[in-house]
Ligand binder design. Structure first.
Ligand SMILES: Nc1ncnc2c1ncn2[C@@H]1O[C@H](COP(=O)(O)OP(=O)(O)O)[C@@H](O)[C@H]1O
Ligand SMILES: [Mg+2]
Length: 329
């Protein structure tokens, strides 16, 4: 979140601030990038006043342009880390998945992508002392693979040597209540769900359960299916890029973690070259900040490989998927 409150904007009193928040404008940044017409409609203030507020927000907000390294460092100080709670995995991530970033988890069918996002939907609700972010989760499910039963098993599987004083692991129902799942039926629908997510996130913030994790599992499935066999992939690529950009804006505003999954084909025919390159087109490309490649290994073990990170060395971590959730291999 911005360090400047929307009340700090000239012309924004408490009543207008409330209306802005209800309409989804939680930060100075979101106001700075709004259109006067939208803002005016949302808050029942005149367009002229709306324009003034937007201009003031623009002056205060961070909406692009050049920044100094010092400014960026300051913003990086807000970055929080969400743990997988598998020590080796968290070590590879130097503490966990970062907020203000989208992590792409890719791998073959059955490699554990959906298991990871289920586990993170649980972990993000834990307090920071236990590796969580004390928040709630939004889950866009495009393949009908979200399973509340899995959440239940994973909550029951949580084990801590020591709980912070006064903290009790909440009941399974609480964990389930803080995961908001939406089924996406088409790629267009999937894209619209980001708008719905923004509104829901505003509501959750007001209820004191800030959204700290947004999941899209799978990011690419519907796009792939709908564009299969078409002559040009440029349209698909453009839509996906916009979708990723919308997701990034959302999680950046919320200081939340974004995780998307991407299924890639096995390529037994490839003997040379990089086997971690998604076959069938790298359609997520460079929009994700972190990329984790999953593969199955001997004895049910799974290997997560960190690929192309802006600030972490490449590395690998082994883990296993058990009834209780993700565990040390
Ligand atoms: N309750 C469970 N107990 C142990 N392992 C499980 C359980 N549920 C799923 N798994 C493991 O997770 C695998 C599926 O992983 P999943 O994340 O759904 O794959 P994908 O990468 O296609 O999303 C299964 O093949 C199984 O090995
Ligand atoms: Mg899956």
């Amino acid at each position: 979140m911005s360090s400047v409150d929307i009340e700090d904007l000239p012309g924004v009193g408490p009543a207008t601030a409330d209306r802005l928040r209800e309409a989804g404008y939680l930060t100075v940044e979101s106001i700075a990038t709004a259109s006067p017409a939208d803002l005016s409609e949302a808050t029942e203030i005149g367009e002229t006043t709306a324009k003034k507020i937007i201009r003031a927000a623009g002056a205060l907000a961070d909406i692009g342009g050049f920044k100094t390294g010092t400014d960026i460092l300051l913003r990086r100080k807000d970055v929080l880390k969400l743990k997988t709670l598998v020590p080796e995995f968290d070590e590879m991530l130097e503490g966990g998945l970062e907020t203000q970033a989208i992590t792409e988890v890719y791998g073959e069918f059955g490699s554990g992508k959906s298991q990871i996002v289920h586990q993170m939907a649980v972990n993000c609700q834990l307090p920071p002392e236990l590796g969580g972010l004390g928040g709630s989760c939004l889950y866009i499910d495009t393949e009908n693979t979200f399973r509340p039963e899995r959440i239940e098993q994973m909550v029951n599987g949580l084990e801590f040597k020591k709980l912070p004083e006064g903290y009790e692991i909440p009941p399974v129902e609480t964990f389930l209540a803080n995961i908001h799942v939406a089924r996406a039926h088409s790629s267009d629908h999937q894209m619209l769900l980001i708008d719905a997510a923004r509104e829901l996130a505003t509501q959750m913030e007001l209820e004191g359960k800030p959204v700290k994790l947004v999941i899209i599992d799978s990011l690419t499935g519907l796009f792939r299916a709908e564009y299969a066999g078409r002559g040009t992939l440029a349209g698909r690529q453009q839509k996906l890029n916009r979708h990723m950009h919308d997701l990034f804006k959302l999680i950046d505003n919320l200081n939340a973690v974004g995780i998307v999954t991407n299924q890639v084909m096995a390529s037994p025919g490839v003997l040379f070259g990089d086997p971690t390159r998604p076959i069938g087109g790298n359609i997520v490309g460079h929009t994700a900040t972190f990329r984790i490649y999953l593969r199955k290994s001997k004895g049910g073990k799974r290997i997560a490989r960190l690929v192309d990170s802006p600030n972490l060395p490449e590395g690998e971590a082994a883990f296993s998927v058990e009834m209780d959730g993700l565990k040390e291999a």
